[in-house]
Design a protein around this ligand. Structure first.
Ligand code: R5P
Length: 312
């Protein structure tokens, strides 16, 4: 790709943007990302971007609408300032849970958000562990879809846990859990979960033997923490000796960290796709940085190199 490589960031995760830029021996581009007094988002780029290959780093985490709007306006500003190519780097893609209609008269929010990002002027998307892989197809532009599994499984592998068994906390996550299991050479168990209402989780049944084993729950995100906490209770009831959890996106909505702090979980491992505050030490949350992986992906996209090697 011709054109200078530049990185910009909204206010969603400036630390991650800085870490990525540092890995690339660069600094984050100068921009004002603020608000007018009437509550509207205000953007002003301070650096010249004409002819540049620009990557905008912005996970659409809480407050989701605010961060999404910043992303859209940053892309629009870059387009209008004649950037040659704009890549939306969305380490955590919000609205992904609403990727299909589960009942009549509901939106497909993940599709609408994909349309908005494209309409704003993004040429490509770089993201990580979409809640549903099908969301990639909602975009009519190239999407590079990274996985945190190599990072998370390396960490778990390093713990040398005795007799490990990987747990999928719901039927939809079996493929993810199975790939994780293969990486660390563990067994597999599957939980059948139901949601009596939005944001509450209930364990129905479990398939697989966890008796006397170290259980590692693998999920894409932790939102209210209900899935994890309920799964941990069910695992201990069925004889698991210890329970760990791994998830790419630590959303930790509402009082999720409090619930986790009082749960059976020994340690919960997440990445920094969403900024993590060290305010709940009792929750025993470990954060693994995805910055080097995103930096490498950005460099490869910029140089038109393959990304396949990053998935292994
Ligand atoms: C299931 O749909 C997802 O993979 C996660 O299990 C879910 O998003 C976690 O949500 P919560 O923490 O609110 O139970």
């Amino acid at each position: 790709m011709d054109g200078r490589l530049l990185i910009f960031s909204g206010s969603a995760n400036p630390d991650l943007a800085r870490e990525i830029a540092t890995s690339l021996r660069m600094t984050v581009g100068r921009a004002m990302v603020g608000q007018f007094k009437n509550g509207e988002t205000r953007i002003k780029l301070h650096d010249n971007v004409r002819g540049c290959d620009v990557f905008v780093i912005q996970p659409t985490c809480i407050p989701v609408d605010h961060h999404l709007m910043q992303l859209l306006l940053l892309i629009d500003a870059l387009r209008r300032a004649s950037a040659r190519r704009v890549t939306a780097v969305i380490p955590y893609y919000g609205y992904a849970k609403q990727e299909k209609k589960t009942a009549g008269r509901e939106p497909i929010s993940a599709k609408l958000v994909a349309n908005l990002i494209r309409t704003a002027g993004a040429d490509r998307v770089l993201t990580m562990d979409l809640h549903a892989p099908a969301i990639e197809g909602f975009f009519d532009i190239p999407v590079d879809h990274l996985q945190a599994a190599p990072l998370l499984s390396d960490y778990i592998h390093g713990l040398n846990l005795p007799n490990p068994v990987v747990i999928s906390p719901d039927a939809g996550g079996v493929g993810r859990a199975n790939r994780f299991r293969e990486r660390i050479g563990a067994g597999l168990a599957i939980i059948a979960k139901q949601r009596p209402e939005p944001d509450t989780a209930e364990v129905l049944e479990m398939v697989g033997d966890v008796e006397g084993k170290t259980a590692i729950i693998v999920d894409d995100m932790i939102s209210t923490g209900g899935t994890l906490v309920e799964a941990a209770v069910a695992l201990i009831e069925r004889g698991a000796s210890k329970v760990y959890a791994c998830a790419t996106h630590g959303v930790f909505a509402a009082d999720a960290l409090e619930h986790i702090a009082h749960s059976e979980l020994i340690e919960t491992i997440v990445t920094n796709t969403i900024p993590q505050s060290p305010t709940a030490p009792d929750a025993r949350v470990r954060v693994i940085s995805v910055a080097p992986l995103f930096a490498e992906a950005i460099m490869r996209i910029h140089k038109d190199l393959s990304l396949s090697a990053l998935f292994s």
